[in-house]
Design a protein around this ligand. Structure first.
Ligand code: AVJ
Length: 361
């Protein structure tokens, strides 16, 4: 989990990070142990902040340098989501070409009754990759969650969004948690343990390779408990022109989203990527059943950062994202391999997208 786009190691950014930490109830309670007086809690918070800040930034830098130093350079898709990146993703969801969000919304709208009949009412709703929280909010009236837990990598964006949701739904207890699912994550102690419904919409699982996806689903299985369940949405395989248009919209919003990752990398790594020397590429890799996004160098260039550099020739690419597309059969099998039993599946009328309800097995 990285604090934000504008991260630098200066004093200003430290204050910013402290603000994230101190303003996050989930993070606060996560280590306030019993028996501490309020003064010692405060001091230990500050110390821990500094340590967490330093290690998270340097871990991100190590990971970025490792990816950029490979023969086939890559940047992990989690780095898309700085402040601007999260907003560009929201804009992608509004484009004509990106059917994913609308197809899924159609399913939730059409089958809300069936979904709450399957899940039961008043679950502990845990929203994984909550973003602006809008998808979960649309289920509030039928699911009537006893608690809403919003988890996301982009903490600042998340807290603003959940702040607005809390004002709109004052009767639902809400928590925010900053976590990265590509790694092990722990839910804080104040998340209700019974009847957890993990909500993972938007085909976000598609960013992982099939092997990583099963590992991720197994972590979800561990996090939801024996009486828990998973409500998950995945994009279905379809004709490649439709897929490729969805990842290369005519307004260039996906291109901006992809290029913005270089700005975020510059902020984290103090590198000197010039976004003007790169172009967006998206294609459907049928063998792997995935959309691949790349950034292609439009000229030969040297990119530098403190302690290192990478030479790129014109036409060379940085792989920034995979977005796997599934069949209902294939995805049901993955869920079964992860300790879930699929009891219900729904698709939109045009069969573009799939939502599965799977209970812990
Ligand atoms: C948020 C990972 C589901 O893969 O469709 C959208 C991200 N990238 N357009 C997807 C994305 C380019 C999106 N996920």
């Amino acid at each position: 989990m990285l604090p934000s786009n504008e991260v630098t190691l200066g004093r200003h950014s430290m204050r910013q990070y402290l603000w994230f930490w101190l303003s996050s109830p989930a993070r606060r309670t996560d280590f306030i142990g019993g028996g501490m007086n309020s003064m010692s809690v405060h001091l230990s918070e500050n110390r821990r902040d500094r340590e967490a800040f330093g290690s998270e930034i340097s871990q991100a830098r190590r990971e970025l340098v490792a990816g950029l130093s490979q023969k086939a350079a890559r940047i992990a898709p989690k780095y898309f989501y700085n402040g601007l990146g999260s907003r560009l993703f929201e804009a992608i969801c509004l484009t004509d070409e990106y059917y994913v969000t609308r197809a899924e919304a159609e399913i939730f709208a059409t089958h809300a009754g069936a979904i709450s009949a399957a899940a039961g009412t008043q679950p502990t709703l845990i929203d994984l990759g909550a973003g602006n929280g809008a998808k979960a909010a649309r289920l509030f009236s039928t699911l009537r969650p006893r608690q809403y837990v919003a988890v996301d990598i982009s903490v600042e964006f998340l807290e603003q969004a959940v702040g607005r949701l809390q004002a709109e739904y004052p009767h639902i207890p809400m928590l925010t948690v900053g976590a990265d699912f590509s790694e092990n994550f722990a839910l804080p102690g104040d998340v209700e343990t019974s009847r957890r419904l993990l909500f993972y919409p938007g085909s976000s699982i598609g960013n992982f390779t099939p092997l990583e996806a099963v590992q991720c689903l197994r972590r979800f299985r561990a996090a939801c408990g024996d009486d828990g369940a998973l409500l998950i949405g995945v994009d279905l395989v379809k004709a490649s022109p439709l897929l490729e248009a969805a990842y290369d919209d005519a307004l260039g919003i996906t291109a901006a989203f992809n290029l913005n990752v270089l700005r975020h990398v510059n902020a984290l790594l103090h590198s000197d990527f010039d976004v003007g020397h790169w172009r967006h590429r998206a294609h459907f890799n049928e063998d792997q059943s995935r959309i691949e996004m790349h950034l292609e160098a439009t000229k030969t260039q040297l990119v530098t950062w403190p302690g290192g550099a990478r030479h790129f020739v014109r036409g060379e690419r940085i792989h920034t994202e995979n977005s796997y597309k599934f069949t209902q059969r294939g995805f049901t099998t993955m869920l079964a391999q992860s300790g879930f039993e699929v009891t219900h599946c729904w698709t939109d009328a045009a069969q573009r997208f799939l939502v599965c309800y799977a209970r812990a097995q």
